[in-house]
Every structure is written in C-alpha cells, then in structure tokens.
Design a protein around this ligand. Structure first.
Ligand SMILES: Nc1ncnc2c1ncn2[C@@H]1O[C@H](COP(=O)(O)OP(=O)(O)O)[C@@H](O)[C@H]1O
Ligand SMILES: [Mg+2]
Length: 336
C-alpha cells in the first residue's frame, strides 16, 4: 500500500489574479510509514492536505492510492475513494452539539451503517484512543488533547489506509502533543497506515517522522529520511532540526537521555569519566548549562547505546546528575 502524490499543482484564481499555491509537488508514503510535511504558515500545507483528501480539486497532477488515481474519478467513485483517506484537522473541528460518540459516528452515518454496527464500531474506536469513558461528553467538556483523540477515532471510523494529520497538535500543550504523537505512532503500526503528518512545528517531526519534506512557497524544496537530513550539513531543514532547544536525532541504536545538574559538585569531566567507567561512547546531543555563582546548572542531552542507558543513568546519578525521564527511544531508530 502506498499513497503517491505526483506533480501536484494548485492554482487559485484566473489570469492576472492567478496564484500558484502548490507547484509540482511529488512524494510517496508507504504503509507503516510517517511522512512529515513541514513549512511555515502560508507555505501551502493545508491546501496540500485538502488536495490529498480531495476536498479540493488539484489543478494538475495526481493522487494515487493503492495504484488507483483518485484524481481521475467521477463523483461516485470519488465518494468511495475518499474513504481510503482519514483526516485529523486542527483542533475544534468536532461538531460542538454532538457528543464524542456522535462525532465519531458521523462518517458511519453518512455511509448508512446500521445503528447497531455504528454503536459497536464507535465504542471500539473510543476505547482504542483511551476515551471509552468519555463517549457521552460534548467537545467543550473535553481537553484539547482529548478532542484530538476523538478526531483520530473519527478519522479511522471507515478504516482508511491513509491517515492525514493537518496541524493536529497546534495549540496543544507538551503533554497532550506527546500523547497525540505516541497514539499516532502506535496506530500506524497497528493498522499499517500510511501517515501524512503536516505541521509547522519542527520539534514534533523530530519525534515522529520517518521521512520529512520541507514545503516553502508551494514547492517541496527537499525531502528525505529524517536522520539523513538531520545529519546533512548542507540541508537548511537539517539545520533547523539541529538548532538549539530542539530535540536532536541521534544515530541508530542510540537513545537520548537528558540529565540535570542536581548537585553543586558534579565533576567537570563527568562525561569522559562515565564513558571510561562504562566503556561506551557518550555523545553530547545538546546542552543548556550555565554557571551560577561558579556552580554549573542546567541540563545536557547525551546519546548512549540503548543497552547501556540504564547503567548510564545509574552512574550519572552517583555523580550528582539527575536523569530527567526514561531514555527517549522516540528520538531515534532503535532496531528491534
Ligand atoms: N481557496 C483559496 N483561494 C485563494 N487562495 C487560497 C485559498 N486557500 C489558500 N489560499 C492561499 O494559499 C496559500 C497557502 O495557504 P495554506 O495552504 O492555508 O498554507 P499553510 O497551511 O501552509 O499555512 C496562502 O497564501 C493562502 O492565502
Ligand atoms: Mg495550514
């Protein structure tokens, strides 16, 4: 299963008022893969999303799912074809006068599913996104993160093979964003979805994308494997991925661990000491450390071999450093 966007162009207006919002955009996403499209506001991301799910007719080019060109279809076929692509939009796209369950039921009702079948499917979907007990609540009674989970459940109602997410984490706090991202990552594996993840937030793609493309003024300037781009000294997107304050991508089989200076007596050479003690390389991935009255404060993110992370955490603690969280495997590709 693959979704292919081929030479997609979208022009609004005519003659002297014509403006080309998407210009010859091409990419493919395999099932089980997450392709992120990143770009600034106005780059054409939402137009791309609406062309992919066929809410908007592309001016030229094709959207091909499982070998079928959806852009060639007439209205009857189109209605069928749309079911293969589920979309999660930016927050608040739920109907406010419908409960969570009734929102998820919407696509099934349009399809003419029986009441019993709809009820069973909705319950199963809400359960899967962790909202089994929130079925009868209205959107305003849910948090932003919960609303986006309802959005995912609704997008999956008709068992699509492609999931499209357009700015779905915009406006969510850190915790809600992370929980949305991990749900998405789980579901793509579970359901073998091809995911097109559209965002302007650079830090989210580092956490979730397998491959990434940068859209600027309607053109997909560069695209490739996330790790390759992050390691590419020539890539503008790579520079953004590496820039300070952003989570950093590390090499294979390496996990990122953040540690905080939790004692005034952490030895200055603690990294080389631990590296020697554990006989394993320790790479600095990012640091935010300053001196306060001669004492180092702040945190450092290091990359260590996945199978040494627990030892590293233990030894770091003994030197006065506090590991902040479980080693993050979401930043890196750890082979199973
Ligand atoms: N229906 C439309 N008619 C004319 N221009 C549009 C239309 N939809 C979007 N645009 C223009 O296309 C450009 C890209 O918009 P959009 O796809 O929403 O970007 P993004 O989602 O990356 O912020 C903007 O300049 C916007 O004004
Ligand atoms: Mg947009």
């Amino acid at each position: 299963m693959t979704i292919t966007i081929r030479n997609l162009t979208k022009t609004f207006g005519e003659k002297d008022t014509a403006s080309t919002v998407l210009d010859d955009v091409s990419f493919s996403v395999e099932s089980g893969e997450i392709f992120a499209v990143v770009g600034p506001s106005g780059a054409g991301k939402s137009t791309l999303a609406r062309c992919i799910n066929l809410l908007e007719q592309p001016t030229s080019g094709e959207v091909i799912v499982n070998g079928d060109s959806l852009t060639q279809l007439t209205s009857d076929g189109l209605r069928q074809a749309r079911r293969r692509i589920g979309t999660v939009f930016q927050s608040s796209s739920l109907l406010s006068r419908r409960t969570a369950a009734a929102n998820v039921a919407l696509p099934l009702e349009y399809l003419g599913a029986t009441k019993a079948a709809t009820k069973a499917r909705v319950a199963e979907l809400l359960e899967r996104v962790g909202l089994g007990d929130k079925a009868d609540l209205y959107p305003h009674q849910l948090s932003g993160g919960q609303r986006q989970r309802v959005g995912i459940a609704r997008a999956l109602a008709l068992k699509p093979s492609v999931l499209l997410s357009d700015e779905a984490t915009s406006g969510l706090d850190h915790a809600a964003t992370d929980s949305y991202l991990s749900l998405l990552a789980e579901l793509r594996t579970e359901l073998d979805l091809a995911v097109v993840f559209i965002t302007h937030e650079m830090e989210t793609i580092v956490k979730i994308a397998d491959r990434v493309g940068r859209l600027d003024h309607g053109t997909l300037i560069e695209q490739g494997d996330l790790v390759d781009i992050a390691l590419d000294a020539q890539s503008a997107l790579g520079a953004q991925l590496r820039s300070p304050g952003r989570a950093t991508v590390a090499a294979q089989n390496t996990v990122a661990v953040s540690v905080t200076y939790a004692s005034p007596v952490v030895p200055a050479d603690w990294i080389s000491r631990l590296s020697a003690e554990l006989s394993t390389p320790i790479a600095i991935l990012g640091a935010n450390v300053k001196s306060v009255n001669g004492v180092a404060v702040g945190d450092i993110t290091v990359g260590v071999a996945a199978d040494r992370a627990a030892d590293f955490a233990r030894s770091a603690k003994s030197l006065g450093l506090e590991p902040q969280s479980e080693p993050s495997t979401t930043l890196t590709k750890v082979s199973a």
